[in-house]
Design a protein around this ligand. Structure first.
Ligand code: F6R
Length: 362
């Protein structure tokens, strides 16, 4: 049932190319053609008049929303906000008619996320649920549902669904941008091409599993692990740290690289490996300064770097040229890093202590 893998998590990490292909099948039909999200019933008029998209989610799905927010603002030129579902409030100064709330949930059953969507619904805001689970409470209750088609995810740690959520939200960003007449032709073409090339790029990372395992084992005894990246690298840093702490029980923190010097730097020593994301979409030139700051304190640096951003790092993993999806490819290295650190410690990877796959209490 685990298809020859030791854990569901490892199997699901390896299923990403397939999951991603399923997510774009029939939705992107060529680089020159617009995205087709046939199941969306949001009218052209509604999409053109909204002035805010509010994302609500928890955990890994929240990180996917942080990525999506930046894509929406970049492509569709409409304000996007992200809130922890458990902290959601309608807020002030919003016109319900011009707001769309997007809930993102793998399971479609997370109590906090359902609660936020119900609050929005109650005041007349339209809701869209982005989920992996057909027939879930989220899919049934929202005005619209968009499926990520990743297939069942059994490991408690979300892996393939993170990637699938982001690309479905990227296609949603393209749809909103196109409908509003704001899509730059060349930028749209490039994102569609990157989406089509993503499964192959992810596969190229998976093919390096043995090398990643070796590095993970070499650094597994770190006292703590820090993950840094800017812009689109920010959510990936958070996600890299979440994955590692969940399954290895090690202290891991992710943050936007610029925040390092405002506090966390006090924790950096020779015993705290720093994983840095240096790709397109993450302002790598500036992040390099932060890398130098941690190197000055003796911290080993594992760089996940696109061509041109390599440098003086203890370890370097290479990210192929993929524009704004490069941070998503970088994330696959972080997933495998977390897995192998945890596995070298004999952790219960598919069922970490204290955690459940679907959190149905607030
Ligand atoms: C992390 C993880 C959790 C979930 C969160 C939301 O690996 O699995 O953080 O992402 O509980 O779950 P869904 O997406 O089902 O709402």
């Amino acid at each position: 049932e685990k298809g020859g893998y030791d854990h569901y998590m490892l199997k699901e990490i390896h299923e990403q190319p397939t999951a991603l292909r399923q997510a774009i099948a029939g939705r992107i039909n060529g680089i020159e053609e617009g995205v087709d999200l046939a199941e969306l019933s949001l009218s052209e008029e509604f999409l053109t008049t909204i002035d805010e998209i509010q994302f609500v989610a928890c955990g890994t799905s929240y990180h996917a929303c942080l990525y999506a927010k930046q894509l929406i603002e970049e492509f569709a030129d409409v304000r996007a906000t992200v809130e922890f579902a458990s902290e959601y409030s309608i807020g002030s100064g919003r016109d319900p008619e011009r707001t769309l709330v997007v809930g993102v949930s793998q399971s479609g059953e997370t109590a906090d996320t359902l609660r936020a969507l119900r609050m929005a619904h109650r005041v007349g805001i339209r809701t869209l649920g982005v989920t992996n689970t057909v027939g879930s409470t989220m899919a049934r209750e929202c005005d619209d549902a968009l499926y990520i088609r990743a297939g069942p995810e059994i490991g408690v740690a979300a892996t393939k669904t993170f990637a699938s959520q982001i690309i479905v939200l990227a296609m949603f960003a393209l749809t909103v941008a196109e409908t509003r007449g704001e899509l730059d032709v060349a930028a749209g073409r490039e994102l569609r091409r990157n989406l089509q090339d993503l499964p192959g790029a992810v596969q190229s990372v998976l093919n390096q599993n043995d090398e990643i395992k070796e590095i993970a084992e070499a650094y597994a005894d770190g006292e703590a692990f820090f993950f840094i990246g800017r812009r689109l690298g920010g959510p990936v840093s958070l996600e890299g740290a979440l994955k590692l702490k969940e399954i290895s029980y090690d202290h891991a923190e992710g943050f936007p690289a610029g925040e390092l010097k405002h506090g966390p730097l006090a924790l950096v020593t020779e015993e705290t490996p720093v994983l840095a994301i240096l790709t397109d979409g993450t302002r790598p030139e500036e992040t390099r300064n932060n890398v130098k700051e941690v190197q000055a304190r003796g911290a080993p640096v594992i760089a996940i770097a696109a061509d041109g951003y390599q440098g003086d790092h203890d370890v370097e993993f290479e990210v192929p040229d993929l524009g704004l999806l490069e941070p998503l490819v970088a994330n696959v290295y972080l997933q495998l890093f977390a897995y192998h650190v945890a596995n070298s410690k004999g952790r219960a990877i598919d069922k970490p202590r204290n955690l459940a796959k679907s959190v149905t209490v607030e």
